[in-house]
Design a binder for this molecule. Structure first.
Ligand code: PAF
Length: 195
């Protein structure tokens, strides 16, 4: 498994894969990986020749600085987990690498951005679209995999893909749950039993 921290390094590697005609699958994550993420990697492995996973806690999608600060970061363990499921490439950039200058793009998702999580987390979906489009530009995947736990996020990403004209297949994958039925999420580790 290859671990890259810079755009230049991952770019050269992806270029080689493309020259060899390989289908590149991509799973964007913010780390603190669990079986839900690993199921996306396993799904990607079934239909792609090379699977890349990004681990990047994206500041532009947090509207609460405290939430950003306490978001779990477990890079060492994440890398081990990814290796165990046969991931080929891990991309773990710094904030400066992804945002050498601030991203001022404002997307318009219309109705799908204005309902449900939209009004509760102002700017969140815009930040998701910013980072996912930047990651798509770097990784240049043929297919990208997202969990249906974040159903509205998938709709937003499909809209962003169509607005920006990417030729990337967005594959939505089933929710993976804990034994008590709770959908797996990196934030679950911040919950107490009462929560
Ligand atoms: O679902 C997530 O973990 C994030 O929103 C994503 C898609 C990796 C963008 O930062």
């Amino acid at each position: 498994m290859e671990l890259f921290e810079t755009k230049e390094k991952i770019d050269s590697y992806i270029k080689l894969c493309k020259q060899e005609g390989k289908v590149v699958g991509f799973v964007p994550t913010m780390g603190a990986l669990h079986d839900g993420h690993l199921s996306l990697v396993k799904q990607a492995k079934k239909c792609c020749d090379v699977v890349a996973v990004s681990i990047f806690v994206n500041p532009t999608q947090f509207n609460d600085p405290k939430d950003l600060e306490r978001y779990p970061r477990t890079l060492e363990n994440d890398v081990k987990l990814l290796e165990s499921v046969g991931c080929d490439i891990v991309f773990a950039p710094t904030v400066k690498e992804i945002y050498p200058e601030p991203d001022t793009r404002q997307f318009n998702f219309g109705y799908i951005g204005d309902i449900m999580e939209g009004p509760k987390r102002p700017g969140h979906f815009n930040g998701v679209a910013q980072v996912v489009s930047r990651l798509f530009d770097i990784v240049k995947p043929d297919k990208a995999f997202f969990g249906m736990k974040d159903f509205q996020q998938i709709a937003i990403i499909r809209s962003m893909v169509s607005q920006l004209g990417y030729k990337i297949e967005i594959v939505s994958c089933p929710i993976i749950r804990e034994s008590d039925g709770l959908a797996m999420s990196s934030r679950n580790r911040l919950l107490t039993p009462e929560h």
